[in-house]
Design a protein around this ligand. Structure first.
Ligand SMILES: [Zn+2]
Length: 342
């Protein structure tokens, strides 16, 4: 978005195309003042994580808000505006500068260039022009991004993938999605890139809500692993962490479910690595928390399958559940016309 500002940044910042932003964007990029801030919001299906972030990428205030999905998409959009206004008041109350831009990241298909949330099953909107609607309400530029792509950007600029011009970030949470950075450029494809959770690993496999069969995320998401364990064992578990505990305790059903998830992930990663040639694969989401059972084995098994391809490092994400919010802040800085380091 800003040539001058990007010149001093790492490769991903230099080549990245900025998201759509509306509002009184500065014509030229200037260095951010020490007290400068942006506000960031990561919208999920049940709650929104908000933050006030300064020019050193430090989170100065953090606040959560409910996502009123049951009240419809207009209510969610109104709540996003209210959340940004509350975060703005927090920044000013802390003696910081009023935020110069807002970064908003949401799930689903997101067209960053146009600032439009195309579709999100769990929030219910369709073709919602969030950047322009919220920009008009807040009077500052609003950058819209996709939650996982923004998380991947944050890991690439501030987290586990720093310095990689070619990086794959894969989030193994309720679903599975990926963010791909190739030659320093995040791939968006109008919002359709990165949906590796819906690559079929078994054409005869179980149906997926997307309409497909045997999708990767049915087998290898944190939610999928927990559900498959319960179906086979008859034992209810709170989540994938409990399945990991049972793997460590020698439960053969837990081991089988876990190994099937690993095998499916290796198959899809093998294809993805062959296609995109990443130097690093950053693994995030709930399933990556069992690092010794997931991230390490993924690297070993992937390495065995690769022949001529570049062999990527496979590492656990460093920013945890803050990645989306920090990524939203990076998008906001780009929209603000102010330069921040790195
Ligand atoms: Zn699917």
């Amino acid at each position: 978005m800003s040539e001058a500002g990007a010149a001093a940044g790492p490769p991903v910042e230099r080549a990245a195309t900025g998201p759509a932003a509306t509002g009184p964007a500065a014509a030229e990029t200037v260095a951010a003042k020490p007290r400068a801030t942006v506000v960031a919001l990561d919208v999920g299906g049940t709650s929104m994580k908000g933050a006030v972030v300064d020019a050193g990428h430090t989170v100065r205030a953090r606040r959560s808000f409910p996502t009123p999905v049951a009240d419809g998409p207009d209510a969610v959009i109104d709540q996003i505006g209210t959340a940004f206004e509350a975060l703005t008041s927090e920044a000013v109350g802390l003696g910081l500068a009023a935020p110069s831009a807002a970064g908003l990241v949401v799930p689903g298909i997101v067209d960053e260039e146009r600032g439009v949330a195309v579709v999100a099953a769990n929030v219910g909107w369709r073709d919602a022009p969030l950047a322009s609607v919220l920009g008009a309400r807040l009077g500052i530029p609003v950058a819209l991004g996709h939650d996982v792509r923004a998380g991947g950007l944050a890991e690439n600029v501030l987290g586990a993938g720093v310095g990689a011009e070619n990086a794959l970030f894969i989030a193994l949470g309720t679903g599975i999605a990926a963010s791909c950075i190739v030659d320093g450029r995040p791939i968006a494809a109008g919002g359709y890139a990165g949906e590796v959770g819906h690559v079929s690993v078994d054409p005869e496999g179980e149906p997926c809500p997307c309409g497909g069969r045997g999708c990767l995320e049915r087998v290898a998401s944190a939610a999928g692993v927990a559900r498959r364990y319960t179906v086979r064992s008859g034992i209810e578990v709170a989540g994938s962490a409990e399945v990991a505990t049972r793997v460590r305790a020698g439960d053969p059903i837990a081991r089988a479910v876990w190994d099937e998830a690993l095998a499916a992930l290796v198959t899809v990663l093998h294809t993805t690595v062959t296609l995109l040639g990443p130097e690093v694969v950053v693994v995030g989401g709930g399933l990556a928390e069992a690092e010794d059972l997931m991230v390490g084995p993924l690297e070993v098994q992937l390495d065995k399958r690769l022949t001529f391809q570049r062999r990527p490092r496979v590492v656990r994400a460093a920013l945890g559940d803050q990645a989306g919010c920090l990524g939203a802040a990076l998008l906001a800085w780009r929209a603000s016309g102010q330069r921040v380091a790195p």
